[in-house]
Design a protein around this ligand. Structure first.
Ligand SMILES: *Cc1c(COP(=O)(O)O)cnc(C)c1O
Length: 358
């Protein structure tokens, strides 16, 4: 199998080997030590400001999105939510469910966020800005420095879903003044699904500490309290947490976060160059390094996904809903190499010869 989806993605050999072992008991000093080390590595890779903490949540990325909305925002907030695709839509729904007053910036498919969207929202009493740094459903990477400037000028709390972009695109939490960064185990962390991480700035921690929202499993106060000793309130996905630790140490050993972002950027550029002569148009004008969204000229997109899967054992990522036949996506996260890009490009060239890609 060759997996170019955007999660779950392929894992390194050492990460996979951990998946083949027995899962250890975790209320031990040894496991605590692993967790405290993972927290330090994540804080370093996110360039988190002094005093930040990490909550390790058992649950996919959406669990951490919901935990953030529940524990960091309140009914006294007035949030701006960027909705440029299905993950932005998810934040809008979460704000609705948890009754967080919010205004949605609705963007058309692959439309970039610009100053023109933000300007009318300046000085309007907003308190928070919620954005998916990369809208994985479209492959758009938002202009984070622009968002950061707007948030600083207006004193907004900045909540960033970097679930697919952390480790793939440059992200400096301290420089951006971001207060929350969310990521998940099955995206660029390249581990099995089941764990998501929330990095909280001191300002976000204060909000968590003063939160009165009733909840148990997604309670971040509990998560942070237990995390002080490298533990979690409930039985976590222990195996996945060990795999995350392995992966973080691999990144560290291979030159750290900058090297990993550079590697992913090079892989994305290599792929985009290898398909330049094909009847495929780049759908996103500002693509993330994590994923390339492609619009086939004539062949229905979903059919390309099916042919690659059934006849070439290569997985790309289909789109759902109305875009099913318009768009498919190719991921650049996980244990992929330029040679894998060549394999995919060769399969696509073969499909062109057979009239299955036009
Ligand atoms: C994958 C992803 C999520 C979360 O999805 P889960 O299926 O809950 O892990 C959220 N936001 C973005 C931008 C994503 O790429």
């Amino acid at each position: 199998m060759l997996n170019f989806t955007v999660g779950p993605v392929m894992s390194s050999e050492a990460v996979r080997a951990i998946g083949g072992q027995h899962v250890p008991y975790f209320r031990t000093p040894e496991f605590s030590e692993v967790m405290l080390q993972s927290e330090q590595l994540v804080l370093r890779f996110a360039c988190a400001p002094e005093g930040s903490r990490v909550a390790f949540m058992t649950g996919s990325g959406t669990a951490s999105m919901e935990a953030t909305v529940m524990n960091v925002l309140t009914a006294s907030d007035k949030a701006i939510v960027v909705n440029g695709g299905s993950f932005g839509e998810r934040f809008v729904e979460l704000c609705q469910i948890h009754q967080i007053p919010h205004t949605e910036i609705h963007l058309d498919f692959c439309q970039p966020l610009t100053e023109a969207h933000l300007a009318p929202l300046a000085n309007q009493g907003y308190t928070a800005f919620v954005v998916n740094m990369g809208e994985t459903s479209t492959g758009v990477l938002y202009d984070m420095p622009m968002i950061s400037r707007f948030c600083k000028e207006n004193g907004l709390l900045l909540i960033v879903d970097a679930i697919s972009t952390f480790l793939a695109d440059p992200f400096n939490m301290a420089e951006l003044g971001a207060d929350v960064m969310i990521t998940g185990s099955q995206k660029a962390l390249a581990c099995p699904p089941g764990v998501s991480l929330i990095v909280l700035s001191p300002r976000a921690i204060e909000r968590v500490e003063s939160s009165t929202t009733p909840c148990m499993y997604l309670n971040l106060k509990l998560a942070l309290k237990n995390g002080e000793r490298g533990q979690t309130p409930f039985t976590p996905a222990v195996g996945v947490l060990l795999q995350i630790n392995q992966r973080l140490r691999e990144i560290e050993a291979q030159g750290g976060v900058d090297a990993e972002v550079k590697r992913t950027a090079a892989l994305a550029a290599d792929f985009r160059q290898k398909i330049a002569d094909m009847p495929l148009r780049l759908a996103s004008p500002s693509p993330s390094n994590a994923v390339t969204s492609l619009r086939p000229v004539a062949t229905p997109a979903y059919q390309i996904f099916t042919t690659l899967k059934d006849e070439y054992q290569i997985w790309v990522c289909p789109n759902g809903g109305v875009l099913r036949d318009e768009i498919f996506r190719v991921g650049h996260i996980g244990a992929l190499t330029p040679a894998d890009n060549t394999t995919l490009a060769e399969a696509m060239h073969d499909m062109m010869k057979r009239g299955l890609l036009k």
